[in-house]
Design a protein around this ligand. Structure first.
Ligand SMILES: [Zn+2]
Length: 164
């Protein structure tokens, strides 16, 4: 059995969606290789970082992504295998790449409650609400608050009643 850790700098982009692991990003690998009867069992994890855009408000985002993997690399034989030991080496790239690409979020968001964009102005709603919390009232309008109707009970979920 052998354990090893190493970094790989990507020479190409991994992923096709709103977020991807860009070329030049480093992937950290911790791998344990075990010799078994049929071949070499590779177990480990891979950590890197994806970048891209929030699917709701299109702001740039970056977040870590980590995957665990385990795969038997069979010694070359009669049967065709997806993963084979070649020249006493195991090629982890396909395995790690597929794992990471599958782990990338399909609908990435900058934060779980991202409110997205204002459909009218196209502004980020998160920016708008951060700048002006909804509970603050412009002092020039505060007198009008007295005239605000009391919240009616039971109107939120009741179906429209017949007026006849
Ligand atoms: Zn967002």
């Amino acid at each position: 059995m052998r354990e090893t850790s190493f970094d790989v700098v990507l020479s190409e982009r991994w992923g096709e969606g709103l977020v991807a692991v860009e070329s030049g990003e480093t992937v950290r690998l911790d791998v344990r290789l075990e010799s078994v009867h049929e071949g070499i069992l590779a177990t480990g994890d891979a950590r890197t970082r994806y970048t891209g855009q929030c699917g709701r408000c299109l702001i740039d985002i970056a977040a870590p992504v980590e995957v665990e993997f385990q795969e038997l690399f069979a010694y070359p034989g009669e049967e065709a295998n997806d993963f084979e030991v070649q020249d006493d080496h195991v090629d982890l790239e396909t395995l790690v790449r597929d794992g990471i690409v599958l782990a990338l979020p399909f609908q990435p968001v900058c934060r779980p409650d991202c409110p997205g964009l204002d459909p009218v102005t196209g502004e980020r709603l998160a920016d708008v609400s951060d700048a002006a919390p909804p509970q603050s009232i412009d002092p020039r309008w505060s007198a009008l608050a007295e005239f605000a109707p009391e919240p009616a009970e039971g109107t939120d979920d009741s179906a429209p009643r017949s007026q006849t």
